[in-house]
Design a protein around this ligand. Structure first.
Ligand code: PLP
Length: 390
């Protein structure tokens, strides 16, 4: 059965156009792009073609794009590169709501003796500019702040943060894995030095990503070995996936504006109906500066996982947090950082949409969710009062 898929911040289906472009390079054109012969040389040109397409999506220069294996590698590389490039500096700034690709890497640095500031957010998940201004000092080697949050969709003021850091000549990296392909990004007008993106969040396959590194930024490779990517990322290229990423970026560029409006209208319809039909429900996060495809909602006094299981019976896929943290029943670190009460955190669900969702699918969720919520509340072993005290 084809699922009704509302978990696109976890991963997206590969676009048919992307798969078509990739297939010959999984089958017939298996050469190594570093080889001298024509067979390999063709692949080298295809990689450069894909690099140009990725660059166009964010208005970068092709030589500013390094292909990686995923968003996590791009994030780790950016942070490590800045640290290696400024060895006399020992302070890193990030936020409490980053994806584990940044958060856990920064915790690792803290264990290694770096001073790391984890900035707070407010109750709508918004960036705390005052805390940031207080944290920046002459010892700050780099700052890594996500563009948009994977759980709530809340967008951070990357331009304003970057302007402050540029004046102080501090390296600035943004994890834009959830933003690229969903909202316009123009690095010519955005004061960031490095920016991460990931293929499988924008209808390219898993296992490919890219790191934008602004011309003139000091760079130190994280994966060391052969000369690939001009010595900036060793390892024989994942040719087919890189070609797929290029195509996915081309499609995203083509559809971005139209798609954002479409996704917003579907998302807003879903939110409004669920708020109206389900008592004790709320939206988590700022609804003004938010990705068009994401909603994070809480249904108090029940478990998000129970809702997911019931939705699953109807073939509906959603999420109760980031894909990496669900599976452990740990409450979301993002919602905790926002100070959301525990009884609401435990009943939180993320719906994340893509261009392939339809209004009929939204209507299906609206039709079945209120009954699921009502039924689960009746079954809940906890008294409402008890949960209120959590
Ligand atoms: N950063 C953010 C904001 C993400 O949402 C994710 C994946 O969910 C990543 C980084 C990691 O990307 P990848 O799965 O490609 O390693």
């Amino acid at each position: 059965m084809k699922p009704i898929y509302f978990d696109n911040n976890a991963t997206t289906p590969i676009a048919p156009e992307v798969l078509n472009e990739m297939l010959p390079y999984l089958k017939d054109f298996y050469g190594n792009p570093s080889s001298m012969h024509t067979f390999g040389g063709h692949l080298h040109r295809k990689i450069e073609d894909a690099r140009a397409k990725v660059a166009v999506l964010i208005n970068a220069e092709p030589e500013e794009i390094i292909f990686t294996s995923c968003g996590t590698e791009s994030d780790n590389t950016a942070i490590m590169s800045a640290i290696e490039s400024y060895p006399q500096k020992r302070h890193v700034i990030t936020t409490r709501v980053e994806h584990p690709a940044v958060l856990n890497f920064c915790k690792h640095l803290a264990r290694k003796g770096f001073r790391v500031t984890f900035l707070p957010v407010d109750k709508l998940g918004r960036f705390d500019m005052d805390a940031f201004l207080k944290a920046v000092d002459d010892d700050t080697a780099m700052v890594s702040i996500m563009y948009a949050n994977n759980e709530t969709g809340v967008i951070f003021p990357i331009k304003e943060i970057g302007e402050i850091l540029r004046e102080r000549k501090i390296v600035f990296h943004t994890d834009a894995v959830q933003a690229v392909g969903k909202i316009p990004i123009n690095v010519k007008e955005l004061p960031v030095d490095m920016l991460s993106l990931s293929g499988h969040k924008l209808h390219a396959p898993k296992g490919v990503g890219a790191l934008y590194v602004r011309k003139g930024t000091r760079f130190y490779p994280y994966i060391i070995g052969g000369h690939q990517e001009h010595g900036r990322r060793a390892g024989t290229e994942n040719v087919a996936s890189i070609i797929g990423l290029g195509k996915a970026c081309e499609l995203a560029k083509e559809h971005l504006h139209k798609e954002a409006g479409y996704l917003c209208s579907l998302r807003d319809k879903l939110e409004k109906a669920l708020l109206d039909l389900c008592p004790d429900s709320q939206i988590n996060g700022d609804t003004i500066n938010r990705l068009p495809n994401t909603t994070n909602m809480s249904f108090r006094y029940i478990e998000g996982e129970a809702i997911l299981l019931r939705l699953d019976e109807y073939g509906i896929c959603a999420s109760s947090g980031s894909a990496c943290t669900s599976g452990s029943l740990e409450p979301s670190h993002v919602l905790r950082a926002m100070g959301i009460p525990f009884n609401a955190i435990h009943g939180s669900i993320r719906f994340s949409l893509s261009r392939y969702n339809t209004e009929e699918e939204i209507d299906k969720v609206i039709e079945i969710m209120p009954a699921i919520i009502k039924e689960l509340r009746m079954l809940s072993p906890y008294g409402k009062k008890e949960l209120e005290n959590c």
